[in-house]
Design a protein around this ligand. Structure first.
Ligand SMILES: [Zn+2]
Ligand SMILES: [Zn+2]
Length: 336
């Protein structure tokens, strides 16, 4: 079967090639991938700037599909619609695995960089990772539950009070999921993007957020460095945004960091201390967060479909990567 494979380390070396069909062993499911989303981290893997990827590896970690083959012990049957967590391997033995925080397992390997992923017709998954999709959730939405769970995990780990003002730096899919969750929590969401991200900021507004450009925010922070946001979310891989977040947040406020990159950040050290800020990181997600994400989408309280701007066949994967890199649209979904 055809798969998008990172074949060698370095910049590029991604090809659509034939691979053998994966075999599902005990406790595994073979999932027929119906939709797989392209993520910013796939571009980092493409460019060789992602930490810890192995080669060759089938890329792709945001996906939904139907069970093609299920080991009898798995509890699943052929034809069930599922979306899956990304933790392809965890040790099940460490302090984190034993306390339900398996997303933090030091031995964790994820789909699409550590274990063969979903940019292929079939992917093999541990049945523990699969969540059943209610009939009301489409495959397009199913493939976006992973980034939604990333956003939800980040915000359920922070304190949001009704009426809080929240700044979201980065108008990508995860940023616009965060802005929707903020509104559900009773906060006022403002999304910041560059001058060039007009389309993304328009979608943010259509989903109920207010918007600001990076230049407008810089001008504002040039006048007053006190900040006016109770909580700032960094949904961007641009490390230079970290200082902006520290400046824009009110004294006593929170900064949540979910962007991923290998960039180094440089910022005024004492800002965190002087402003008495709380800084949280949030990595990935766990089972209960996924189940909440599923019910939010099923109840039509989060709009994912407005974020799916492109649907392409797997043969056009390169175009999809380019579209994602240019940041003109939002989520690009591959049909393997
Ligand atoms: Zn992702
Ligand atoms: Zn572990």
């Amino acid at each position: 079967l055809k798969a998008v494979v990172k074949t060698k380390p370095g910049d590029g070396f991604v090809e659509l090639i034939q691979i053998p069909e994966p075999e599902a062993g005990k406790g595994d499911l073979l999932v027929h991938v119906e939709r797989a989303g392209i993520c910013g981290s796939d571009l980092n893997i493409f460019h060789g700037t992602f930490e810890g990827y192995k080669v060759p590896v089938v890329m792709g970690h945001e996906f939904a599909g139907t069970v093609e083959n299920a080991h009898p012990s798995s509890g699943f049957t052929k034809g069930e619609r599922v979306a899956c967590e990304t933790h392809a391997y965890v040790c099940n033995d460490c302090e984190y695995c034993r306390s339900g925080k398996y997303n933090l397992c030091p031995s964790r390997r994820g789909f699409g960089y550590g274990v063969d992923g979903a940019f292929a017709k079939y992917v093999k998954v541990r049945s523990a990772l699969a969540h059943r999709l209610p009939d009301g959730i489409s495959m397009d939405e199913g493939a976006m539950l992973e980034p939604l769970s990333v956003a939800l995990n980040a915000l359920t780990n922070s304190i949001i009070r009704a009426g809080d003002s929240m700044l979201i730096i980065g108008p990508g899919p995860i940023g616009l999921m965060c802005s929707q969750i903020a509104r559900l929590s009773g906060a006022n969401a403002m999304v910041m993007g560059s001058e060039g991200s007009t389309f993304r900021l328009k979608v943010a507004e259509s989903l109920g957020a207010t918007t600001i450009t990076d230049r407008q925010l810089r001008d504002e922070l040039g006048k007053s460095r006190t900040g006016r946001f109770d909580l700032t979310v960094l949904a961007t891989g641009r490390a230079s945004s970290f200082e902006t977040a520290l400046l824009a947040t009110k004294p006593g406020g929170q900064v949540v960091q979910i962007g991923e990159s290998v960039e180094m950040a440089s910022f005024q050290f004492s800002l965190i201390e002087r402003k008495n800020l709380t800084i949280h990181g949030s990595f990935s997600h766990t089972w209960p967060v996924w189940e909440k994400a599923i019910s939010l989408v099923n109840d039509r309280r989060i709009d994912l479909l407005s974020l799916a701007t492109h649907r392409i066949p797997i043969e056009a994967w390169r175009e999809g990567f380019d579209l994602t890199e240019r940041r003109n649209g939002l989520k690009v979904l591959i049909r393997p």
